[in-house]
Ligand binder design. Structure first.
Ligand code: UTP
Length: 304
């Protein structure tokens, strides 16, 4: 078969969704449920990224969960009883809402008994991923983008045939909150960089660039043996970035500057901004919410 026709097959079919972090920044809301199930307007945070993955061609979702496993799993399963009830009551609009939740062709769950880090969460998905390249999506980075953020990374993977990390330019005062890449542009590929190194939370003075790693990755299966031998950090967590730095010694890794609007919903302020952003885009809410914001702004006491 000609190479061109083989290319039509999706190269990345599986995505890992780590959702087993403690979510301490949202306690007590995250005492009994993962932060990925907190609601942004009318959908849990994780639904935004599962929708993104589906739009990017992913058909096998691997959830890595800690507490609230069933809660996350059930959200992506058909709820026949609820559907029948809504149907019998003639609530077609609500039925459509319920049915709009993506139900991936295949969804698997693996439990992370203890939150031993993002790298550890990825190790746990190894058996389900097998020996193929795959995506990792951190749902708390909610990205509104066309084409979907993950699709942008997959396009780079398909062209350059190597692991890809999603990045975003951040302002100098936010550099120390992120992993930052030391990278140079790849010629003829706008927004794509070849990574030389990655530095975890540098000071703005020591930072090699303003390109911050965000929660989207395309990884190749050679990351697994490296993760297996990556030592835990001072907090006892296995960091994915440490394993990627090791992988860099043996093969090129690329950064893809994501073209879109990202919200870090893992922080309270980011969560509130995302809520306002999606409320203002919501067909039933945008006008009234805009009016509310205008009123709040007008009525705000001077100096606040
Ligand atoms: P964070 O660094 O945001 O940590 O994790 P966290 O525990 O979720 O939140 P805070 O900082 O305590 O408020 C980044 C991503 O990695 C997942 C999280 O669920 C989140 O999607 N993660 C982190 C795991 O799945 N397992 C871990 O052991 C750690």
């Amino acid at each position: 078969m000609p190479a061109e026709r083989l290319r039509v097959l999706p190269t990345i079919r599986k995505a890992v969704f780590p959702a087993a972090g403690l979510g301490t920044r949202f306690l007590p809301a995250t005492k009994a449920q993962p932060k990925e199930m907190l609601t942004l307007v009318d959908k849990p945070i994780i639904q935004y990224s599962v929708e993104e993955a589906a739009a990017a061609g992913i058909d096998h979702v691997v959830l890595v969960t800690g507490q609230g496993t069933k809660l996350v799993e059930d959200h992506f399963k058909i709820n026949a009883e609820l559907e029948a009830l809504l149907e019998s009551r003639g609530k077609g609009d609500l039925l459509a809402e319920v049915r709009s939740v993506p139900c991936p062709a295949s969804i698997s769950t693996v439990q992370q008994g203890e939150p031993l880090g993002l790298g550890h969460a990825v190790i746990l998905a190894h058996e389900l991923i097998g020996d193929e390249a795959f995506a990792v999506i951190l749902s708390d980075d909610v990205i509104d983008a066309t084409p979907p953020a993950l699709r942008q990374l997959i396009d780079v993977y398909e062209k350059l045939d190597g692991p890809v990390v999603g990045v975003e330019r951040v302002s100098a005062d936010r550099i120390s909150d992120y992993g930052i890449v030391d990278a140079e542009p790849v010629s003829n590929h706008a927004g794509v960089y070849r990574i030389h190194d990655m530095v975890e939370k540098p000071t703005r003075e020591d930072s090699p660039s303003d390109l911050a790693i965000v929660g989207r990755y395309i990884l190749t299966p050679d990351i697994f043996p490296i993760l297996d031998t990556t030592p835990p950090d001072a907090q006892g967590e296995i960091q994915l970035t440490d394993a990627l730095r090791q992988l860099l010694t043996g093969r090129p890794i690329y950064a893809c500057e994501i073209d879109g609007v990202r919200h870090d919903t893992g922080s309270k302020l980011g969560f509130l901004r995302a809520t306002a952003y999606f409320a203002l885009k919501h067909p039933d809410l945008s006008d009234t919410f805009r009016e509310y914001l205008r009123k709040v702004g007008v009525n705000r006491p001077a100096g606040n």
